[in-house]
Design a protein around this ligand. Structure first.
Ligand code: HXC
Length: 288
């Protein structure tokens, strides 16, 4: 879809880039020529991913063990990166989530999610953004959200609340930082199976709870997400900012519509429905 040097000379940080969607996006950026920074909590995982990407592509991959909940650690990490040169892109991918009835959540459980997603993502975004503004350097920020930012979601309330806040951050900062050439967007992926998310959101292994009723009848292909993340990161669409883009096969639009479940009807079912509607219309006319 893209030329292999599309992101050449760019330096891109992907939080939570050691595994899952973060690793996939980092790999795709490397394939298109960018030098990569990944951070996360597990150093051994980051080390393996960095080596794997460097083996495949002729780029530099640096890693750092970091918990984005610690604001001071975030800021000093970003300072160390900028000491060697400015970043060009930030992908806020690190997150935490698990399914639980809301009545059973402890305050610590709520905080665990909110501190990572809501607070940690802000620390990271502000830390990078203020250095871009100070140094008059343009940049692109992409946050990985979920379609729950528009619909809310039962059983993942701390995540839905936190990611909705980040949706507001995306819109607000696009307006505030547009004057500095900083583009701020978000991606709301539907079901893209990864080990970490599936184990926490789909613990019994039945795809139904996470899949919902997807009109395309399938989960997302990683390439589809990678291509969107690369398009948003590349130069050439600067006017596209402040947007959260769903990539979910229209799952959330389908689930949210009053008549969405009608897609399950067969041709025979429809024929029966038509006959029922016609006979009801005819009855009305006869009564007039
Ligand atoms: C109820 C739980 C729980 C669970 C943890 N807690 N898991 N409560 N049900 N399943 C509670 C604990 O009991 C504790 O509260 C508090 O949360 C903190 O737990 P810790 O394990 O000490 O926290 P921590 O080590 O910081 O772990 C953070 C975590 C963990 C978020 C809880 O799951 C994690 O590290 N996840 C990171 C990766 C991840 O979540 N990836 C999936 C992202 S998927 P008490 O009161 O008992 O002390 C995603 C969107 C996917 O974001 C969209 C798909 C469509």
């Amino acid at each position: 879809m893209f030329k292999n040097d599309l992101l050449k000379n760019k330096r891109i940080l992907v939080t939570g880039g050691g595994t899952g969607l973060g690793k996939e996006m980092a790999t795709h950026y490397a394939e298109h020529g960018a030098d990569i920074f990944i951070c996360g909590r597990r150093e051994n995982v980051l080390k393996d991913t960095a080596a794997e990407i460097e083996d495949k592509y002729d780029v530099k991959v640096s890693y750092e063990s970091l918990d984005i909940r610690a604001s001071q650690d975030v800021d000093s990490y970003i300072q160390r990166i900028f000491d060697e040169g400015p970043l060009d892109g930030l992908v806020n991918n690190a997150a935490g989530n698990f399914i639980s009835p809301t009545k059973d959540l402890s305050h610590k459980g709520f905080d665990a999610i909110a501190n990572i997603v809501f607070h940690g993502t802000f620390y990271m975004t502000q830390s990078v953004g203020k250095r871009w503004i100070e140094s008059n350097h343009k940049g692109s920020i992409i946050s990985i959200l979920a379609t729950w930012v528009w619909t809310g979601s039962p059983y993942v309330v701390p995540s839905a609340m936190s990611k909705s806040g980040l949706n507001a951050m995306t819109q607000s900062l696009a307006a505030e930082w547009g004057q500095y050439g900083i583009k701020v967007n978000a991606i709301a992926p539907g079901p893209f199976p990864t080990k970490g998310a599936w184990e926490r959101l789909n613990p019994n292994g039945e795809d139904g709870s996470v899949m919902g009723d997807n009109p395309m009848g399938r989960v997302g292909e990683m390439k589809e997400l990678q291509n969107l993340a690369t398009f948003l990161m590349a130069d050439g669409c600067e006017y596209l900012t402040g947007q959260t883009i769903a990539i979910d096969g229209a799952q959330y639009l389908t689930g949210g519509g009053t008549f969405s479940n009608l897609s399950k009807l067969s041709e025979d079912d429809w024929e029966q429905m038509r006959n029922m509607i016609r006979s009801s219309n005819n009855k009305d006319k006869a009564d007039r």
